[in-house]
Design a protein around this ligand. Structure first.
Ligand SMILES: [Fe+2]
Length: 211
């Protein structure tokens, strides 16, 4: 990804829209998803102008969601329409749709290839070594434990402080590949999920003093 790659908004302009640099959803997440959209979008033949622009703007609604409980995907799509006013309306609408449909837990189904690729890339960033790192960053924010035995976690997920990265893996992350749309992302997810499985098995063995 270079600065000259086509997008309706520059990386610098996009960066200014994200108050957080790091964390699970800050601008470093956006840049990781951008690299994934490059790879998946090119393999799948997506419109890279729409895809890159949507990617750079996809989480601008996170602060509004945290502060006011709005859906960050819907809010971000509306804000993107305002920010991109003056560009061809069909491009702006394609970007807005991809942003509105990228969220795991809302009812806007991706209708376009670009929306499917963005949704896939966003989910892939929660898997693999990056996924483990993000799960622990979030556990640190909540002040939850590093580990519970897998069997105990399988009994149920109480949420809050009791929600450990083991719960996150069993109840959410291991199921993400079922929600992927493109063959390229499904292949990448298989590899990332295998790594996570090994990581959590290794963690369990070490925690039990077996290794
Ligand atoms: Fe995201």
């Amino acid at each position: 990804m270079t600065e000259s790659a086509p997008s309706l908004i520059s990386i610098e302009e996009a960066k200014a829209l994200y108050p957080e640099a790091g964390g699970a959803h800050g601008f470093s997440h956006v840049l990781r998803v951008l690299r994934l959209t490059e790879r998946i979008g090119q393999a799948e033949g997506a419109d890279m102008l729409v895809l890159r622009t949507a990617c750079l703007l996809h989480d601008i609604g996170r602060p509004a969601e945290a502060a006011a409980g709005v859906c960050h995907a819907q809010w971000g799509a509306e804000r993107a329409r305002q920010l991109l006013a003056g560009h061809p309306p069909e491009l702006v609408e394609a970007v807005a749709h991809a942003i509105a449909a990228h969220r795991f837990r809302n009812d806007v189904e991706p209708r376009t290839l670009e929306a499917k690729v963005l949704s896939d890339a966003d989910k892939l960033d929660a898997l693999g070594a990056v996924g483990v790192a993000r799960a622990y960053a979030m556990a640190g924010e909540r002040g939850s434990d590093l580990w519970v035995p897998m069997d105990a976690a399988r009994q149920g997920d109480a949420g809050g402080k009791e929600h450990t990265p083991v719960h996150e893996f069993l109840y959410k992350l291991s199921r993400l590949p079922e929600h992927l749309y493109t063959p390229t992302a499904r292949r990448m997810a298989e590899h990332r999920l295998r790594f996570m499985q090994v990581f959590f098995e290794e963690l369990e063995a070490e925690m039990l003093g077996e290794r």
